[in-house]
Design a protein around this ligand. Sequence first.
Ligand code: CMC
Length: 429
Amino acid sequence: MPQDTLTITDNRTGHNYTLPVENGTIRAMDLRKIKTDPEDFGLMTYDPAFMNTASCRSAITFIDGDKGILRYRGYPIDVLAQHCTYLEVAYLLLFGELPNASQLKSWVDDITHHTMLHETTKKFMEGFRYNAHPMAMLVSTVAALSTIYPDAKNVHDPANRLLQIKRLIGKMPSIAAMSYRHNVGFPYIYPDNELSYPENFMNMLWKMVEPKYLANPVIARALDILFILHADHEQNCSTNAMRAVGSSQSDPFLATAAAAAALSGPLHGGANEEVLHMLDEIGSKDNVPAYIKKIKEGKGRLMGFGHRVYKNYDPRAKIIKWAADQVFEVTGRNTKLEIALELERIALEDDYFVQRKLYPNVDFYSGIMYQAMGFKPEMFTVLFAIPRTIGWLAQWQEMLNDPEQKIARPRQVWIGHETREFTPIEKRK
Ligand code: CMC
């Protein structure tokens, strides 16, 4: 019997089946041959939240959740955060290799020349209600880009795909900034091609009447580091949405909008906004023990804590804590930090959290840092969506190039009625 196999005995029939094991997995389709009789559909697995199902083979991002390891294309996240710019990391995620100096220059030039929004996009955004949530504006506007670039539907043409990817990476900060300016009632600021990616974003967010926006270099670098940390995270909820929607060969603007919609939920990217609301609710360091007690009684969740994959400290949270210190030197310490540190201290010692391996995740400290930079909580998830766009697109491209990938279409376990007799409306009770 070959060693890399699994033998299953079906106790319903007494039959034995030997299935190959590859990369620590068996193929779910191999289970189909396990039948009670020729009419039987065959065995399936039931895994409603993909708790133990690999949906693809990927070479982009590696996570070892028990050890707290995160690598993009083999490079540890802390090394990339220390030495690279976000656009350099974006290139790495997309093409698989770090760019040399001339590759990086032309990549940055290309992205910079795709930052402008079509004027109709600007008008479209102006049509949102004055208090529209910036994340909902972002999701809708990214989908609306599909109307401007109908060529994007040629998803099997690599050159066309690359053009749409550059458009999306370039335009994401412009849409995000516009959604913010709309929310606060300021006019839209056009991109400044002389500035770096994060500086230009800051320009579009915060420029007022000065002729040239001068970005604070510490804040610009901190934003770039945050962008690197959020760039990809293997098969998370939004990336799964990107792959699932993209698998029907819809265009990348529509698939990215779907991914951003998935990101907006409070259990995913929306958690950073919720962390700030939670810290507001707690109010002061002294109220932390009572709040923890409430969580342990099952009344809510500690936002910014816990992760499906990390059962150790989220490596991104460690880097954010370090970057936050640099930001606080410029902005002054966020008063919420004290409450957050106390929450973390108590939670890391408490049996409830220790037993469940609940550690701070990326969203726990990012919000505090964003707030110190001057962002309102409603903008936090938008700040997550900008850099995650390259992760979604790299994963989308990998999916399209994977000869094994087909339209995503899970099965279900039927628990409803058998055929029922129809009752005309006048006879229904
Ligand atoms: N506070 C209190 N208890 C928690 C928390 C939390 N934040 N997270 C998990 N638990 C408990 C949960 O109640 C369950 O306990 P029990 O076994 O007694 O029923 C146990 O831990 C396992 O939780 P789970 O819901 O089965 O875990 P999951 O893998 O399905 O959920 C999660 C992962 C991230 C959705 C969850 O930890 C959570 O809701 N965290 C708060 C929201 C949050 O911070 N999300 C951001 C995730 S990181 C950024 C990103 O990638 O989007």
